[in-house]
Design a protein around this ligand. Structure first.
Ligand SMILES: Cc1cc2nc3c(=O)[nH]c(=O)nc-3n(C[C@H](O)[C@H](O)[C@H](O)COP(=O)(O)OP(=O)(O)OC[C@H]3O[C@@H](n4cnc5c(N)ncnc54)[C@H](O)[C@@H]3O)c2cc1C
Length: 280
């Protein structure tokens, strides 16, 4: 059973439950990217079952004609086992997704995996143009990565970053992270890249809305992205104003690491959990 409190952030245990929630989001004008929960797998059998789950999901998205892409973590495809093997597993998912013209986003994990994730993305980008990557604004290295990706006309989701990184690796001050976030988005916009602004932060959302109002050409290359279970009203409001809005919709049984990152991000989420436990 999906833990009562995790239900707020996780859209179900299987693809059908998640797709039901994707349809509800769509009624509010919000499209989705579906994520099969799981990360850091250590056996090839687990990789095979992930590939098979994503293949089934792609079939279902296509058959149901829903407006949704998929998001994937490379450690779920064996990045800890062997890079070539991981790339091959990703390729098998990309081949199926491209048959259906479904967009695939490679999530970004902790800094230990940043270079490997970029290398795999860059090596497949030309062959699979309906694929994007994520860059985290808190990493010191991210400005250089953004310059490279802007040159490569990549589709980039920009987020603050969700992992516990050392000061030598990542910014810790929220104002600095926001400034870097804005620089990254502006650099991608100026290069004409597709940008997904993944944030629930009003300061960044209002900044982007203001920028788009002065440069309307940015609107068609931008979308706002929010996590399932967070700021639904805000997402709905942005969609009703004509912005493209996408929800990140995770499902599956391995929900704890994802759920734990959501708790670390905001103390309000922790209060939500405590309330749930006390009321149980
Ligand atoms: C679609 C999506 C995909 C992501 N993918 C990745 C990924 O691949 N890799 C990765 O490392 N991380 C990812 N993240 C997580 C991300 O890096 C951040 O950890 C997470 O989004 C929290 O940062 P934030 O900018 O949303 O706002 P926060 O830093 O949590 O909040 C900043 C401010 O926003 C405002 N705010 C936030 N929530 C609310 C609310 N509910 N009501 C009112 N005000 C609010 C408040 O002013 C708050 O102080 C993703 C996030 C999203 C939305």
């Amino acid at each position: 059973m999906l833990n009562f409190v995790a239900k707020r952030f996780v859209a179900g245990q299987n693809a059908d439950q998640a797709l039901h929630n994707v349809n509800l989001l769509y009624q509010d004008g919000i499209v989705s990217t579906l994520d099969v929960l799981g990360e850091n797998v250590s056996s090839k059998a687990d990789v095979e079952s992930t590939v098979s789950e994503y293949h089934k999901l792609l079939d279902k998205i296509f058959q149901a004609k829903v407006s949704a892409g998929i998001s994937i973590k490379l450690t779920q495809l064996g990045l800890d086992i062997e890079m070539a093997y991981c790339k091959q597993a990703l390729r098998r998912i990309l081949e199926k997704a491209s048959q259906y013209n479904i967009f695939v986003r490679i999530d970004m994990e902790s800094s230990f995996y940043t270079q490997k994730t970029l290398d795999i993305f860059l090596s497949l980008q030309e062959e699979f143009p309906r694929m994007g990557i994520v860059i985290q604004a808190y990493l010191h290295r991210s400005k250089e990565d953004i310059k490279l990706l802007a040159d490569r006309k990549a589709s980039v989701r920009v987020c603050k970053g969700a992992y516990d990184e050392k000061e030598s690796i990542a910014l810790k001050n929220m104002d600095e992270i926001r400034t870097q976030y804005q620089w990254m988005v502006q650099t991608l916009w100026s290069a004409g890249c597709k940008v997904a602004l993944a944030t629930h932060d009003d300061l960044l959302i209002n900044w982007a809305v203001e920028k788009i109002s002065t440069k309307p050409e940015y609107q068609s290359i931008s979308e706002f992205q929010m996590l399932y279970g967070l700021r639904r009203q805000k997402a709905k409001e942005l969609a009703s104003q004509g912005y493209r809005v996408r929800a990140y919709v995770p499902y599956g049984k391995v929900w704890f690491p994802y759920f734990y990152r959501r708790l670390r991000e905001r103390k309000e989420n922790l209060w939500f959990v405590l309330r749930g436990i006390l009321n149980d």
